[in-house]
Design a protein around this ligand. Sequence first.
Ligand code: COA
Length: 264
Amino acid sequence: MSQAIAAFETLLVERRGPVAIVTINRPDKRNALNIKTREEGAAALEQLQDDEDIRVVVITGAGDKAFIAGADIGEFAGRTALTQRDVMLGRSLFTAIDVFPKPVIAMINGYCLGGGCELALACDLRIASETASFGQPEINLGIIPGGGGTQRLTRLIGEGKSMEMILTGEIINAETAFSLGLVNHVVPADQLEAKTMEIANRIAEKSPIALRMAKEAVKLASRSNLDEGLRREVDLFALCFSSEDKAEGVSAFLEKRKPSFKGK
Ligand code: COA
């Protein structure tokens, strides 16, 4: 059963058991991210962060054409450098996803370009439809990616491939994105939601505390040197021992039953 949980102008937020689906809802503009969408996205995540029943968040785009076709280019016209800087350093949706203490999955159903690709890169997993396409076409506008594209894309797929995508602005198909490691799975369009929900529900069964520690630990790998990363991994691992979920997980294994994690 699905249930709407909040009203926004540019988003739909729906709950399906432990999974919340946030849909960017500007299909006429190929779900381009304007200021309102970014603000509402960050606000929706704030609500979902505090909702203990929600264990995983899925982000997608409305309609069958686009996931997100980038920043709203209309907003660039006439903007000064300082205004643009203020906008981007303000409440960032990409950062909100990055530091969100629960797993976030991008369900990519079409054009995933510019800021849309950067949003997907800020997510923890990316599941794409065969009809999706990817690119950082900012170079065609005389600008560069500014929402983490040069950094997250490079860390994910390596400097050579990232450089090529960013310098050429080339749009690649889902199969190529998969071969580059840009997406975790590619499935036929009519199976995208089922595949995404299957993965989301599987993750949602795990301990929310362990998921939070795991997300933080994995992200350290690209943000610290090996010694620091290994050291902090031990701390996060040990922190799991303070949870009831750890006691439940270990007992369940020893008693040969399925664990029931409470997030405590
Ligand atoms: N910002 C603002 N509006 C956008 C947009 C964006 N990033 N992407 C699409 N739109 C708008 C179009 O202007 C058009 O609006 P209109 O109907 O009022 O004229 C509408 O969405 C449909 O776009 P259209 O180009 O007709 O659709 P399409 O299916 O033929 O092509 C794209 C889709 C995504 C290939 C094409 O719209 C495009 O190249 N968009 C820009 C992508 C981009 O450069 N993103 C990086 C931004 S930094």
